[in-house]
Design a protein around this ligand. Structure first.
Ligand code: DHB
Ligand code: FE
Length: 259
C-alpha cells in the first residue's frame, strides 16, 4: 500500500538530489563513476562488513539522525553513534571485575553513578560496554580474541553506582580498504576515530542511552572521522604507578582511572 510518509521523503530526496547535481554541475562521467562506487559498495557489504553504514557514518548522517532522535534534555548525558561493532549478548559481569580476558593494554578503572534527570540514583540500571584493545581490534574483528574479550554488561548497585576494569582505549581506523576508504583518501580525510569506550545504558521506565567515553588526551578528538565526539563526553584519565593503592590484584603494572 502506498505510504504518504514515503512519498514526502522521496519528493524531498529528489528535490535535494537535483539541486545537488545542478550545484556541482555533475558531468556524465562523474555520475557514471558514482554509480560504479555504489555498485562496489553493494558488492563488499555482507553480515560482517556493512559498508553502507560506513557511508552513513563518514558523511555525518548517522550523527544527524541521532541528534534528531535523541535531543539531550538539560542535565542529561549526551548520546553518540552506536557504530558497527556492537554485538548483543555480552556476559553479565560482577561489579569491580575486568572485561579484559587477555592482555590488551593499560588497565583502566571506570566507575560512576547512573542518575535520573531528577538527580536520583537508579539502582539496577544496565551498562552494556565494549571497546577495542591496544591491537586496535574489537573482539568481533579479531580471530585470536575470546568471544567476550573487552565486552560486558554491568548492573548498578543500590546506590546506582557501577565500577569495572577496562583498558585505556586507543585510536582506531575504520575499515578503509573499500569504497569509503577510497573516498576518505581522495578527499584528503583520514580514517581515524578518537580513543573511546562504548556504552549503552538501560533502565526500566527510562529511555536508553547510546554513548561513548572519550579519552580527553586522545589524538583525533577534533577530527574524528565519523563526527562522534562531543566535548561533554571527553573524560580525563589519571595515571597511576604500579604501586599506587586502590588497584586490585589482577593489575600488576601502571594503570589509569577516571578520577
Ligand atoms: C566505529 C567504527 C566505525 O567503522 C564506524 O563507522 C563508526 C564507529 C567505532 O569503532 O566506534
Ligand atoms: Fe568504537
Amino acid at each position: 500500500t502506498p505510504s504518504p510518509r514515503l512519498r514526502r521523503i522521496m519528493q524531498s530526496l529528489v528535490t535535494h538530489l537535483h539541486a545537488f547535481v545542478t550545484d556541482v554541475e555533475l558531468t556524465e562521467d562523474e555520475w557514471a563513476k558514482a554509480i560504479e562506487i555504489l555498485t562496489a559498495t553493494g558488492h563488499i557489504t555482507d553480515d560482517k562488513r556493512q559498508e553502507f553504514i560506513l557511508w552513513s557514518d563518514t558523511l555525518g548522517v548517522s550523527m544527524l539522525v541521532d541528534a534528531l532522535a535523541h535531543p539531550a534534555p538539560d542535565g542529561a548525558t549526551e548520546s553518540t553513534i552506536l557504530g558497527p561493532f556492537y554485538v548483543p549478548g555480552s556476559p553479565l559481569r560482577p561489579l569491580g571485575s575486568s572485561m579484559a580476558e587477555q592482555e590488551a593494554g593499560t588497565p583502566a578503572h571506570i566507575f560512576g553513578q547512573v542518575r535520573g534527570l531528577d538527580g536520583k540514583p537508579i539502582a539496577g540500571a544496565e551498562l552494556d560496554v565494549w571497546q577495542n584493545g591496544d591491537n586496535r581490534l574489537y573482539a568481533v574483528q579479531d580471530p585470536d580474541a575470546p568471544e567476550f574479550h573487552l565486552r560486558g554488561r554491568f548492573r548498578t548497585d543500590d546506590d546506582g553506582r557501577f565500577s569495572f576494569w577496562a583498558v585505556r582505549p586507543v585510536p582506531y581506523a575504520i575499515p578503509d580498504d573499500g569504497p569509503v576508504g577510497k573516498m576518505l583518501n581522495a578527499t584528503a580525510r583520514h580514517p581515524w576515530r578518537a580513543a573511546h569506550v562504548h556504552l549503552v545504558v538501560k533502565a526500566p521506565g527510562y529511555r536508553s542511552l547510546t554513548t561513548h567515553i572519550f579519552d580527553a588526551e586522545s589524538d583525533y578528538l577534533d577530527s574524528d572521522t565519523v563526527f562522534a565526539v562531543k566535548e561533554s563526553l571527553c573524560l580525563s584519565f589519571t595515571e597511576h604507578g604500579a604501586d599506587d593503592p586502590g588497584r586490585p590484584e589482577h593489575v600488576t603494572g601502571p594503570w589509569v582511572s577516571l578520577d
